[in-house]
Design a protein around this ligand. Structure first.
Ligand code: ATP
Ligand code: MG
Length: 435
């Protein structure tokens, strides 16, 4: 019986493997990850890794019982060894906050961190929506001011620029302020009153949420509800002076650096824990899976999870969606081909060849060695064909004649020019192979 991957969970394959679905290959992932390291380093964020499995209670308490994730998307199970209730993490923030509390990490002051890895949600798989997907997660913990809200938004912009995406064209920024819990409560009461007046026109989903999570109704895509949503009381009108000042301060930084954004009063995020600034980076090029990055401030979460009260702000970026976008736009991604391909004719003394290849690799040359099967390395013709196909700039030909004179032929595969180089002291000419 053939065993296949779990539905909605994908293999990320090397570029040389033909793919049936047009999902980004591992070269694109590697390129993305190196851009992440570069940009996060520039802003002084440190990497951390947390477990993929956490106690179920962490997410129930952290995300809120009436969120989509906790209601229907979690992969939860009972550990058969001890009966513990566990969940494959659906997002990264709760785990990071748990770890920071557990290690008393904010004792010496605030912290800027990031992590990257798989998340799990039991959703209907489609383009840009999977059951195992990956996020880059960036969090600034212990900072209360609007400066760091602006910082993480600009950090995302720096990442777009590093990848060659154009803000405003490929990705657009939307921001909003959710105010503080008491302001939200006042707005919520007014919202429920408004929705109750139109109760007959609400769909089943909205009916269900009317009292559990009315804010999420504003997020509904149902066209029949749009006029009701349009006329609903706006949270912005319920914000007090301090909340408005925080929002204005974030906007002032974005304005100063010339980052365009849209204030979207309907922008509410899926998780209950957000307050003040929330934002999303969206694209028009991925259909309904258009949000590539979303985040905001969550000043109450650390305390809610049992830590000493501390403010925090962060975002999660959907890596599959971002790479699909990059693929869609057709951005030129640097290819990671070898510098040299070693052609090793039948009968060549392998140990002598490998000594040279190891010297070259130690000197930083990317060398792909032709490796044959049990019955030998194959003909010279087929080896040269492989050398051409590999994308390498040079072939190193370890023929019997050259070896007898202590030399190797270096063939420039683009021009056809051949030169001889000594086997001994290969580090002296290694530099001429590097691209
Ligand atoms: P959506 O409204 O599309 O379901 P979300 O609000 O549930 O998104 P978040 O929890 O904010 O998403 O996660 C941050 C980012 O992770 C999203 O903006 C998106 O890019 C990505 N993401 C979320 N769920 C998935 C998924 N099932 N498959 C692929 N990427 C996802
Ligand atoms: Mg979702």
């Amino acid at each position: 019986m053939k065993i296949s991957a779990v539905k909605g969970m994908n293999d990320i394959l090397p570029p040389s493997v033909p793919r049936t679905e047009k999902l980004p290959d591992s070269a694109l992932w590697q390129w993305f990850e190196s851009a992440v390291r570069t940009v996060l380093g520039r802003y002084g964020y440190q990497n951390l890794l947390t477990p993929i499995v956490e106690p179920t209670a962490l997410f129930v308490r952290g995300l809120g019982e009436v969120t989509d994730i906790v209601e229907k998307e979690m992969y939860s199970f009972v550990d058969s060894m001890n009966g513990d209730k566990l969940t494959l993490r659906p997002e990264a923030t709760a785990g990071i906050v748990r770890a920071m509390i557990e290690h008393n990490a904010l004792y010496n002051g605030p912290l800027r961190v990031w992590t990257l890895g798989p998340m799990f949600r039991h959703e209907r798989p489609q383009k840009g929506r999977y059951r195992q997907f990956h996020q880059l997660d960036v969090e600034a913990l212990g900072f209360a001011g609007p400066d760091v809200d602006a910082e993480i938004i600009l950090l995302a912009r720096a990442l777009w620029r590093e990848l060659g995406l154009v803000e405003g064209r490929d990705v657009r920024l939307e921001i909003n302020s959710l105010g503080q819990p008491d302001e939200r409560r006042a707005h919520r009461d007014a919202l429920v009153r408004h929705l109750e007046q139109h109760a007959d026109a609400l769909d089943a989903d909205a009916q269900r949420r009317l009292h559990s999570n009315p804010l999420r109704i504003l997020d509904s895509k149902n066209p029949q509800l749009q006029s009701i949503i349009e006329a609903a009381p706006k949270l912005m009108d319920f914000l007090g002076e301090a909340s408005l000042a925080h929002f204005d301060a974030v906007r002032a930084v974005l304005d100063a650096v010339g980052l365009e954004y849209r204030v979207n009063p309907r922008l509410v995020r899926g998780m209950d824990y957000y307050n003040l600034s929330v934002f999303e980076w969206v694209t028009d090029r991925l259909g309904s899976q258009g949000t590539v990055c979303g985040g905001g401030r969550y000043d109450g979460l650390i305390e809610q999870l049992g830590g000493k009260p501390a403010p925090a702000v962060g975002f999660g970026l959907g890596i599959e969606r971002l790479l699909l976008l990059i693929q869609e736009i057709g951005l030129a991604v640097p290819k990671a081909a070898a510098d040299a391909y070693a052609v090793v004719p039948a009968g060549s003394p392998l140990p002598r060849v490998v000594v040279v290849l190891e010297t070259l690799r130690q000197a930083g040359v990317r060398v792909l060695q032709h490796a044959g099967g049990a019955d030998g390395p194959g003909s010279m013709k087929s080896q040269f064909k492989k050398a051409d196909g590999s994308g390498a700039a040079f072939a190193l030909v370890f023929g019997a004649d050259e070896l007898a004179q202590g030399q190797v032929t270096v063939k420039d595969l683009r021009t056809g020019t051949q030169t001889l180089q000594p086997l001994a002291g290969a580090q002296a000419w290694a530099g001429s192979l590097k691209s």
